[in-house]
Write a protein that binds this ligand. Structure first.
Ligand code: IPE
Ligand code: IPE
Ligand code: MG
Length: 251
């Protein structure tokens, strides 16, 4: 996921729909606990929120959607929850892949995927194949993913391929990330009330706008997505310049 749009980009106005939206889907456990249900039910109800988000993103003209589904640190949860999450992933991929393909969605996963159980890797490979012709929305699931993992991997790849120190610049690093051809996200949405990054796209969010949606993930629907886009449009993205410079270039 490199940065074809460099940080001193001439894109200084937020009047267009973001091409890439990233989402931290948080709050499933608390949503369930509030209802006297087990945490797993919260994850299961969260699947409908994913469906709604894909619909909303396509409706709004978003081209790339990256969703944080399971972090490197989430491996430290109780094994019963981890196993149930992996099962849910397999079932959801099997149930949704045809519909995603029909919608023109191309699904891919990024992360330390070799840590996933074999059944999950097979389900992912199947869904990636089924949706490979999708040309309307790139949906990237961040699974067994963390921003630091991705940066460590980028270092490894650079050393293995013998990149000379003088050749290292921001574009080189961008090309060594997990999804080298995705633009940086212009907008990052987090549900669940926490205002932190939790090791998500550390390199790519250098100038990303943040939106904290005031709901737990299972309650997130099209209207919340649209509100985030609306708030994005009200932001003035300055990329280090002054507000006056921005007004001059956008008028
Ligand atoms: C997000 O919901 C889903 C994953 C991290 C897998 P949580 O499970 O973190 O729910 P809360 O934040 O504990 O409520
Ligand atoms: C972030 O949520 C990871 C995902 C949504 C997949 P967490 O619930 O793991 O984050 P923390 O622990 O509250 O920072
Ligand atoms: Mg959480």
């Amino acid at each position: 996921m490199s940065s074809p749009q460099s940080i001193d980009s001439s894109e200084t106005s937020s009047q267009r729909t973001p091409a890439h939206v990233a989402i931290i889907m948080d709050g499933n456990g608390r949503w369930a606990e509030e209802r006297g249900m087990d945490r797993m039910s919260g994850h299961a109800y969260g699947v409908e929120a994913v469906r709604a988000t894909v619909r909303a993103a396509m409706q709004c003209g978003v081209r790339h959607l990256t969703m944080y589904a399971f972090s490197t640190e989430n491996w430290n949860r109780p094994s019963a929850e981890v196993d149930a999450l992996m099962d849910l992933l397999v079932r959801s991929l099997a149930a949704e892949a045809d519909e995603l393909a029909g919608q023109g969605v191309r699904l891919r996963a990024m992360g330390s995927l070799d840590r996933l159980p074999e059944g999950c890797r097979e389900a992912l490979a199947g869904a990636e194949t089924k949706t490979s012709a999708g040309d309307k929305l790139d949906l990237t699931l961040a699974l067994s993913y963390s921003g630091r993992w991705e940066i460590v991997e980028a270092f490894r790849k650079a050393l293995v391929s013998g990149v000379a120190p003088g050749d290292v610049d921001e574009d080189t690093i961008g090309q060594l990330l997990a999804m080298p051809n995705l633009p940086d996200p212009e907008l990052l949405i987090r549900t669940g009330g926490e205002q932190r990054i939790s090791n998500f796209l550390l390199w790519q969010i250098a100038y990303t706008e943040f939106h904290f949606a005031p709901v737990f993930w299972p309650d997130f629907r099209e209207s919340h997505f649209e509100q985030a886009i609306e708030q994005f449009h009200s932001r003035q993205r300055r990329f280090g310049k002054t507000g006056q410079q921005i007004q001059r270039t956008s008028s």
